[in-house]
Design a protein around this ligand. Structure first.
Ligand SMILES: *Cc1c(COP(=O)(O)O)cnc(C)c1O
Length: 233
């Protein structure tokens, strides 16, 4: 057993225990492996250990690795420049970081050209941090309105958030609780719409995924706990 596969098994165990504590079925929470700075070989190792969902936050890295990685669901999770949407539109199953109408419109335009429908999440900046992307929560319903009016080939599937970073993972809990509240309200607001099917709450990373699961996450994005500390060159 390699280290990557040991780490994945360990996270699976913690994930399932966290789900149990919250009275949730473990299979309602997906484990995404975040592969930034990792080689295609490392990504394939994770896939061989049963990972079905891969997250990348840089377009350049995604397209460099894409052809060398075994078939898998790719997610785009980072800040996305509009002029780069065209490079990933055929490669990813979901874009987690939609936070501006011109980005949604570009995704729509490229999706149409590729004859496909793109799943998106709206990124919310819950900590109102200036350095982070994402809309403010009070902008959410207007933003959704704009997306539904201005696009055709997009399905809104939920929200994504990255709370402020704390050493104590318990500090993230308030933010996760709030995200879950917004998520549940959205589900109620749009019970029956083809363009907005709310089923994804993307939250929780290496340092806080257990708390995120306890508070309702449906997909956790885990990088360094699977692959080790990142080395940015
Ligand atoms: C890097 C990254 C992660 C994973 O972070 P780790 O702390 O390494 O688990 C999750 N989400 C996003 C958006 C990221 O950029």
């Amino acid at each position: 057993m390699s280290e990557i596969s040991d780490n994945i098994n360990n996270i699976r165990k913690l994930k399932s225990e966290a789900a149990k504590r919250a009275g949730r079925d473990d299979c309602t929470v997906k484990l995404m492996a975040v592969t930034k700075t990792r080689t295609a070989d490392e990504v394939n190792e994770a896939i061989n250990s049963g990972i079905n969902d891969i997250g990348e936050n840089k377009v350049q890295e995604l397209i460099e690795k894409y052809d060398y990685v075994n078939p898998v669901n790719w997610h785009f999770i980072g800040h996305l420049q509009t002029n780069k949407v065209k490079y990933i539109i055929d490669k990813v199953c979901m874009i987690h970081s939609v936070d501006r109408i011109n980005l949604a419109e570009e995704i729509d335009k490229r999706a149409k050209k590729s004859n496909r429908i793109m799943n998106i999440l709206i990124e919310i900046n819950l900590g109102r941090e200036e350095t982070k992307s994402g809309i403010y929560k009070e902008e959410l319903y207007n933003f959704i309105d704009d997306i539904l009016k201005g696009t055709d080939n997009i399905i809104i599937r939920g929200i994504m958030c990255i709370p402020p970073r704390f050493d104590d993972k318990e500090c993230s809990r308030t933010y996760f609780k709030e995200a879950n509240k917004i998520f549940n309200r959205l589900k109620k607001s749009f019970p029956n719409d083809e363009r907005i099917k709310i089923d994804t709450l993307s939250m929780g990373m290496s340092n806080d995924f257990e708390v995120a699961i306890e508070e309702g996450s449906t997909i956790i994005r885990v990088g360094s706990s699977i692959f080790g500390k990142r080395n940015y060159r």
